[in-house]
Design a protein around this ligand. Structure first.
Ligand SMILES: NC(=O)c1ccc[n+]([C@@H]2O[C@H](COP(=O)([O-])OP(=O)(O)OC[C@H]3O[C@@H](n4cnc5c(N)ncnc54)[C@H](O)[C@@H]3O)[C@@H](O)[C@H]2O)c1
Ligand SMILES: [Zn+2]
Length: 819
């Protein structure tokens, strides 16, 4: 800093301000981050220290002077009675001690104590209670005003909507941190990855995004949670933070079990140490410890700066990082055909778990990091749950190592990949045959809201696709004729994976089980679990000792594992922790040659399971091998399961036309549109032959929909699928069971009811609207004729309706319309 000239300092301040504003915008508005919190905090620290040296360049709206967020434009806003501030933070013990010195100096004595608890990584929320009832929930916003998100917050199960008791003040406010439990976050991301959607970066961003959603029914599904840490009000009758928290706890607010009173800064440091590792066992992500001066009067005495209290500070744990070897990169294909590269790493222990894989997002990321084969990389697991590679350790790079070349063809179906202008991800364009993409379509077809065949779960469908039984929905209806073949088919799950060259890999545990005799699968699992942090080759060596100790068929078992290890070492396959190449397992069991012919290579790339290889590859195997190879197989289809599937398939033939139409998966035809179209055209053929004008005349049909309908029916294979489905007896016409209408007063009107109605239950209003010729819609869109506004209709819904110019009428007015 000292070597900066005044001009340079000015420029640097402007530069930092701009950067920080940008990252703040991403963080608070877009719920994403492009840099780590640590990097961000360093930028801010640099800015603050420059501004201290050059106060003449400190502007009032510098990010050092303001709380980082702002309000969004989609919610009502409300003012905070007491400003919601940020917290000062530090990563070092020295600075923590310096903070303590400032407190002592500020108070003029050392007669104070601290209140400590973990710093939860979520979103700040303020709840206002009046007469014991929750009346408003507001985000922090810019500190002065925040977004009113009451409806969304009400979906959080352990937030009390009302509190009762003798000591409840008439008016009080509680503040806390809304967070997404890590388990929930993992669940959402697993789903997203399976759907080919980009994973959410971390639970904090996910929580923040969720809280700002427009539809509180989706919020309810996300299972947010909240810890409370502050009680405010004029007559709350407490004078210490410790008492306030106990009181909140008593009133039924969820407070974190981590809180503790600490006598002095030494006790605080011990607390920090105590939680350094232990915090990873909490259900929520935490990034540090918050310490607050316990006594409220002393807090007042110390006061505030423009942005932070002087009586509290956050100590943040440095994100842990570790160096490990890159083994290989595999490529996953999502249900929309999007490709995601995944780095397979040598196992390394990080932040309480063993890391073996890290997401690389896309080709740009690999390029940005400039990763070469066999590199040593730094992995970090900070706020992010999916570990990420932060950099390559160049000193460790072997001379002549080659940069990673991105795959050009789909690892699942071999099709040349495409990358659209301006998009980061590569795509497999083979939507009709690429297995994960076929899976996505069939899952939609059988899903609850479509044909509802619940005996066909994801794994079973995947098995049917992988074995070549199913590639379109119509194939499902041929299954009854092939029933006999299905018995004993492997239901694949994650026991298989593929390497970057497309070879089939199988879980190590299965391989070891098949390679040995007399050792149970459970024993092998236990052994592997106990050696989770050991690299695979070492694991295999230790397994030899394990065989020795087990005392079971020691010589034969060791011999076979030894052969397996030596073939594995010689082979040039990718390394993937926990998985081994199927061809090597086969070779070690004497079923194929070690050096693969082109024919064999082809088989191990194109077949999807061991069963498939045994039955459909055209190879001849000895009975003895076939017997042993059974131990490699996953669970198989049993008679009962097959019967359930057949029953479900048969029953689906009775599903009405609108459901069938929805199930076809024509782009832009959702449940409601399917109903609308089925109702209008009555048969699929009339829909197919409808002219653009005819379609556009229908209230609720626009250009986009018309073009996707045209597009769908222009493809021969789609017409064939429909013909086959028809011949199997699926419903492609609306059965004319002339509904006797009560009246035609609502004819053609699209209507939605929101909030609580007094005369109708949920389903009743739908029937009622329909029985008067109206169309009931399930979401707010500009096609609605009006909305019946019930009691406590969500403010966000209301705002959206108003924005779209949809008329709102009361329940009373609605009833008058009919009578
Ligand atoms: N990576 C990025 O691009 C980026 C951008 C902007 C901000 N950030 C990060 O955001 C943080 C700055 O945000 P901030 O201003 O909200 O400050 P902060 O999150 O560091 O601290 C203030 C907040 O801590 C929360 N908190 C959690 N547990 C608490 C407890 N037990 N007691 C009291 N408060 C508790 C409260 O919600 C409070 O509003 C920094 O950590 C920064 O690294 C990162
Ligand atoms: Zn493909």
């Amino acid at each position: 800093m000292d070597n900066l000239s005044r001009e340079e300092a000015k420029k640097r301040i402007a530069d930092l301000t701009q950067q920080i504003n940008y990252y703040n915008y991403l963080y608070y508005q877009e719920d994403t981050s492009e840099i780590s919190d640590f990097e961000f905090d360093q930028l801010l620290e640099e800015l603050i220290s420059l501004e201290q040296h050059y106060p003449e360049f400190l502007s009032e709206d510098s990010p050092s002077q303001r709380v980082g967020g702002t309000v969004t434009k989609i919610f009502e806003t409300a003012e905070h009675s007491v400003r919601m501030l940020s917290l000062g933070n530090t990563y070092s013990e020295e600075e923590l001690k310096a903070f303590d010195e400032r407190v002592a100096k500020g108070l003029g004595h050392r007669n104070y104590s601290y209140f400590c608890e973990l710093k939860f990584d979520g979103v700040a929320i303020s709840l206002v209670y009046e007469n014991g009832k929750l009346v408003r929930a507001v985000t922090r916003g810019d500190g002065y005003r925040g977004d009113v998100v009451t409806e969304n917050v009400k979906t959080i199960r352990n937030i009390p909507l009302s509190v009762t008791g003798k000591d409840i003040p008439e008016h009080f406010e509680v503040r806390g941190e809304v967070f997404l439990p890590r388990k929930e976050f993992d669940k959402i991301n697993k789903q997203r990855l399976e759907n080919g959607d980009p994973p959410l970066a971390n639970p904090r961003n996910a929580a923040s995004g969720t809280l700002k959603m427009q539809d509180s029914t989706i919020v309810a599904k996300r299972r947010l949670n909240c810890y409370f840490y502050q009680l405010l009000g004029s007559d709350i009758g407490v004078s210490k933070q410790y008492e306030a928290i106990s009181r909140l706890e008593k009133w039924g607010f969820n407070v974190s079990p981590t809180y503790k009173k600490c006598r002095d800064i030494t006790a605080v440091l011990a607390y920090i140490d105590e939680w350094r590792e232990k915090r990873f066992r909490m259900p929520v992500d935490t990034d540090g410890v918050v310490l607050k001066v316990n006594d409220y009067e002393q807090q007042d005495e110390l006061g505030y700066t423009a942005k932070i209290p002087r009586w509290a500070i956050a100590y943040k744990y440095q994100a842990e990082s570790a160096m490990t070897g890159l083994l290989s990169i595999t490529y996953q294909v999502g249900r929309t055909g999007a490709i995601t590269p995944v780095a397979n790493l040598s196992p390394v222990s990080l932040a309480g778990t063993t890391v073996k894989r890290a997401s690389l997002h896309n080709a740009n990321e690999i390029e940005r990091l400039d990763i070469h084969e066999g590199d040593q990389v730094l992995v970090e697991k900070g706020g992010e749950i999916i570990p990420k590679i932060t950099s390559v350790v160049l000193d460790e790079r072997k001379a002549g190592s080659k940069p990673i070349t991105y795959i050009t063809h789909c690892p699942e179906c071999g099709t040349l990949l495409e990358r659209k202008e301006g998009e980061a991800k590569h795509f497999c364009p083979n939507a009709d045959q690429c297995p994960p993409q076929v899976l996505g379509r069939i899952e939609h077809f059988v899903s609850k809201r479509a044909l509802d065949i619940d005996s066909l779960g994801t794994e079973r469908i995947r098995a049917l696709i992988n074995h070549g039984y199913v590639s379109t929905a119509a194939d499902l209806y041929d299954l009854p004729q092939r029933e006999a073949d299905l018995l004993g088919l492997e239901v694949t799950d994650d026991q298989y994976t593929r390497c970057s060259e497309g070879f089939l890999f199988i879980l190590l545990k299965k391989a070891l089980y098949a390679l040995t005799e007399g050792i149970s699968q459970k024993e092998i699992e236990n052994f592997l679990e106990a050696h989770e942090e050991v690299a695979q080759m070492d694991k295999l060596h230790r397994f030899q000792d394990f065989i020795q100790e087990s005392g079971k068929k020691v010589r034969e078992n060791q011999k076979r594992v030894e052969i397996f290890v030596s073939i594995l070492k010689e082979s040039a396959f990718d390394a993937i922790e926990d998985y081994v190449p199927v061809p090597v397992v086969f070779a070690a069991m004497g079923a194929v040659e070690e050096t693969l012919t082109d024919e064999l290579k082809n088989i191990f790339r194109s077949k999807n399971t061991v069963h498939d290889i045994l039955v459909n590859s055209g190879l001849k195997f000895e009975d003895e091998f076939i017997n042993k190879a059974k131990k490699l197989k996953g669970s198989t289809f049993q008679a009962g399961v097959i019967k359930n599937m057949m029953d479900g398939i048969e029953a689906s033939k009775n599903q009405p036309f609108p459901k069938v139409l929805f199930a076809l998966g024509i782009r832009n035809i959702g449940e409601n549109t399917a109903l609308l179209l089925a109702d209008h055209f009555k048969t699929i053929d009339r829909l197919r032959l409808a002219s653009d004008e005819e379609l556009l005349e229908i209230n609720g049909v626009g250009e986009t929909l018309v073009s996707s309908i045209k597009q769908y029916f222009s493809q021969k294979q789609n017409l064939e699928i429909i013909d086959r489905l028809k011949s199997h007896g699926l419903q492609f016409e609306t059965k004319d069971e002339p509904k006797t209408l009560e009246s035609t007063k609502l004819e053609g009107k699209k209507i939605l009811a929101s909030g609580k109605l007094n005369h109708f239950k949920r389903d009743e209003i739908i029937d009622f609207v329909q029985s008067h010729g109206g169309i009931y819609s399930k979401s707010v869109s500009k096609n609605l004729d009006f909305i019946i506004e019930g009691e406590d209709m969500g403010p966000s819904k209301k705002e959206k309706a108003q924005k779209l110019g949809i008329k709102l009428i009361s329940e009373k007015e609605f009833l008058q319309m009919i009578s």
